[in-house]
Design a protein around this ligand. Structure first.
Ligand code: NDP
Ligand code: 8X3
Length: 251
């Protein structure tokens, strides 16, 4: 296990950063991706005593750049064993009739097309070795639709479909494919959704105990440490106080 390499998108915050830390603890070599270089640098610095770390700065919407960066990886990082397709966010929480097209574009381009672009760049290496593990971070929003969630839910339903499609098409190649679908996790997610309105973002996680990014990182670690014949295909996880996207037991 110690010689494995993981490629984590969205490693600058939340679930991706927690996963990087969890993997580093286990000695997994890391390729950490995101747009905020200063955060990549800080994370890399803090983990470098535990494992080898490479940072890649790109926007998942930049298909050509992703392709070039993956093709140009230094030798020690060329064999990617684990891909965590995590980068993504919600942008806005508006009824469909007043939603912003810029928000819609961002969610479809980042959450759906970005995941495809990164996977396309990394799959040839996995196929050549008949080995690898792709973990797609979906959401409960990919399993049900909630009021004003419209396009974010559509993007995560697409991730659910792509996860299933990848598993079907890659069957027999030795590559594992699975999705982790979290409910409410306290990260920068709501801050991004509400465009920097931290007060509004905080209210999303008040009155109950939401999941922590470390909870998801633990599950990802569990998923990648199953025996070779076991593939966690689709896992949904919520905090105790959440029963669905709209039923949350708040004080
Ligand atoms: P955060 O906002 O904390 O982290 C999002 C990460 O995605 C950041 O590292 C950000 O990096 C990266 N990212 C966003 N846009 C881009 C882009 N265009 N190109 C490259 N990287 C990008 O949120 P979470 O940790 O909560 O979200 C991670 C994933 O988990 C997302 O896919 C989200 O949909 C999913 N999820 C979250 C839940 C929650 O309640 N928090 C529940 C269910 C699923 P940077 O800005 O540096 O590029
Ligand atoms: C994030 C969870 O319920 O905010 O995917 O959409 S939710």
């Amino acid at each position: 296990m110690t010689s494995q390499t993981a490629f984590i998108t969205g490693a600058t915050s939340g679930i991706g950063a927690a996963t990087a830390k969890r993997f580093a603890k286990e000695g997994i070599r890391l390729i950490l991706c995101g747009r905020r270089q200063e955060r990549l640098d800080a994370l890399s610095e803090s983990l470098s005593s535990q494992t080898e770390v490479l940072t890649l700065n790109f926007d998942v919407r930049e298909q050509e750049r992703i392709q070039k960066l993956v093709e140009g990886l230094p030798e020690a990082f060329q064999t990617i064993d684990i891909l965590v397709n995590n980068a993504g966010n919600a942008h806005g929480l508006d009824p469909i009739q007043s939603g912003s097209t810029a928000d819609w574009d961002a969610m479809m381009d980042i959450n759906v097309k970005g995941l495809l672009y990164v996977s396309k760049a990394i799959l040839p290496g996995m196929l050549a070795r008949n080995a690898g593990h792709i973990i797609n971070i979906g959401s409960t929003a990919g399993k049900e639709v909630y009021p004003k969630g419209n396009v974010y839910c559509a993007s995560k339903h697409a991730v659910d479909a792509i996860n299933q499609g990848m598993r079907l098409d890659l069957n027999g190649t030795g590559i594992k494919v699975g999705a982790i679908n979290p409910g409410l996790v306290e990260t920068e997610f709501s801050e991004v959704r509400f465009k920097g309105n931290t007060e509004r973002a905080e209210t999303v996680y008040q009155g109950y105990t939401p999941l922590r990014p470390e909870d998801i990182a633990d599950i990802i670690w569990f998923t990648v440490t199953r025996p070779p014949h076991v593939n966690i295909a689709d896992l949904t996880v919520m905090c105790l106080d959440q029963a669905s996207s709209t039923v949350i037991n708040k004080n």
